[in-house]
Every structure is written in structure tokens, then in C-alpha cells.
Design a protein around this ligand. Sequence first.
Ligand code: HEM
Ligand code: HEM
Length: 255
Amino acid sequence: MAMSTQSTGVKDIFKLNGGAPIEYRRVYVWEMPVRAYHWINAIALTLLCVTGYMIGHPVRIAYAQEAYQQYWFGSVRFLHFASAYVYVFNFAARIYWGFVGNKYAKWTNFFPLKRWQREEIADVIKTDVLQVKMHGGISTGHNSLAAFVYFFTFLAFCVQTITGFALYSSMSHSWMPQMFRWVVPLMGGEMSVRFWHHLLLWFFITFVVVHIYLSFYHDYIEGRGTVSSIIGGWKFDRVQGAETEGAGEQKSKKS
Ligand code: HEM
Ligand code: HEM
């Protein structure tokens, strides 16, 4: 089936509303701590990927100075370690916010334990991936498929933190890296820790490319301010029509 070039479902809603203007409700979805977490994480992760890549594939630059007179690689490593601390404490703050934040930030969103969440995952796959269906009801917060993908991303954040600090434990006597010293023998030595730490770089690069594409895609297809929501916090919901708040939840109450 060919995909509509208009926002999905807009035509149907016009029909529903007899051609009259559609009413929108402004919903405060992402609180300030979630937005701050998002952008601090985006900056720290970008720096970690770039500096990590440089550590893995050092560039050979011909300098007039002797190697011992230069410190550029030291600066790259310093930037990697400094962003690592920012990224880890920022992530810890987001975990805390998953317990005290609003319903869109709650940790329960990331586990599809409820029936309506699983139905929504199937719905998003049919609509966005297979493109065989126009949108049904989708949640105002993260759609359930996105939330489930973020769960794996958060897992990858944990693995990267553990392997990163494990590598760091042979270079720093600080208490935090030392806490992860035991990981190195457990994973079969530094070489395999480094291997997994390097491999995950490519997971993050893939995630970021797809994530940014999908943010714009959903913004376009749903027409309710997805991209600006992660800056200002607000999304727009149609009062009438398919995309109302907690549409998935309402469906589950009926079933
Ligand atoms: C390194 C870059 C990025 C990373 C690692 C990243 C990661 C994430 C994560 C983990 C979430 C879930 C937030 C939470 O619940 O705490 C999220 C949400 C979101 N991000 Fe990003 N992001 C990045 C860049 C961007 C950019 C550049 C945009 C804008 C185009 C963007 C738009 C969004 C939006 C709109 C959401 C909410 C989406 C939804 O409704 O599910 N992100 N991002
Ligand atoms: C989450 C995003 C991160 C990414 C994408 C990333 C990426 C990388 C990459 C690609 C390497 C080079 C591995 C190699 O091929 O030899 C590296 C090295 C390293 N990373 Fe990370 N890293 C991240 C987080 C961390 C964290 C949280 C720490 C904790 C301190 C850390 C500590 C280290 C250390 C100690 C090295 C080895 C440095 C050296 O041998 O000079 N990384 N990282």
C-alpha cells in the first residue's frame, strides 16, 4: 500500500470532523529533568563516540615536534574520561527520575508488560516498518516500541559504563574505576573488555542515526510536535480522532 504524503490519519479526521477545524490539546510530556538528561546525554555520548573512535583508530599526524613533546592524544583521552563521568552521573539522574517523574518518564514505560503496550508495538511495526496500516491510537509519551528500544539502549549504557570503568581501573587509582576492577578477569582479560567496549560504539552510532531519522519521521507523520517536544516539553494531541492521550491504555481497559 502506498504511504500517504499527508500526516497519517489527518484525512480521516477531517472526514470525522465534517471538514471543521481540529481541536488540539497541549500536553506537557517531557519534564525539565528528562529534557536536560536527553541533551546532556546526547552531547556526552557524541563526544564519547568521537574520542572513543580516535582512541581505537589513532590518527597519525606528522608533527615537527617529537612524540614526547606532544599531548594531543592525552587530551583526546582526557575528553573521553571527562565525558564518561558526565554521562554516567547524568544517566544515574535519569534512573532516579524514572521513579519520581511524571507518568511519561516512569521506568514502567520501558517494559512492555501490559497488553496494550504489546498491541501498540505491533501497531507501530505495521504502520512504520511494514507500512501496511494507517495509525491506530498511539501514546502521547514514548510509543511502546520506542520505549522498548530505549530499554535496550539503557542496557547498552550500563554495559558501556561497566566495561569503560573496568578498562579505566588499570589507569586510575580513583575509587570509581577501582570498583570495576573485578570485571577484567571475569570477562577474560583486557582484550575482550576492550572488544565489547569497541563493539558497542557501533550500536550507539546505529541507534543515533535511526533515532534522529525516526524523530523527524514521527514528527512529520503524526504532526504533533515530536521534535520540539524534546526541547520545550510539550506535545499536541488531537481532542477528536485516533491519537488521543493514552489511546493504548483506553484500548486495554476495553479489552
Ligand atoms: C547522541 C544523540 C542522541 C541520543 C543518544 C538520544 C537518546 C535518546 C533517548 C535515550 C531518549 C529517551 C529519553 C528518556 O525517556 O529519557 C530519547 C528521546 C527522544 N529524542 Fe533523542 N537522542 C539523541 C539525539 C536526538 C536528536 C538530535 C533529536 C532531535 C531531532 C532527538 C529527539 C528525541 C525525541 C523527540 C525524543 C522523544 C521521543 C519519543 O517520543 O519517544 N534526539 N533520545
Ligand atoms: C558510552 C559511550 C562510550 C563509547 C561509545 C566509548 C567508546 C570507546 C572506544 C571506541 C574506545 C576504544 C577501544 C579500542 O578500540 O581500543 C574506548 C576506550 C576507552 N574507554 Fe570508552 N566509550 C564510552 C564510554 C566510556 C566510559 C563510561 C568509560 C569510563 C571511564 C570509558 C573508558 C574508556 C577507557 C579507559 C578506554 C581505553 C583508553 C585507552 O586505552 O587509552 N568509556 N571507548
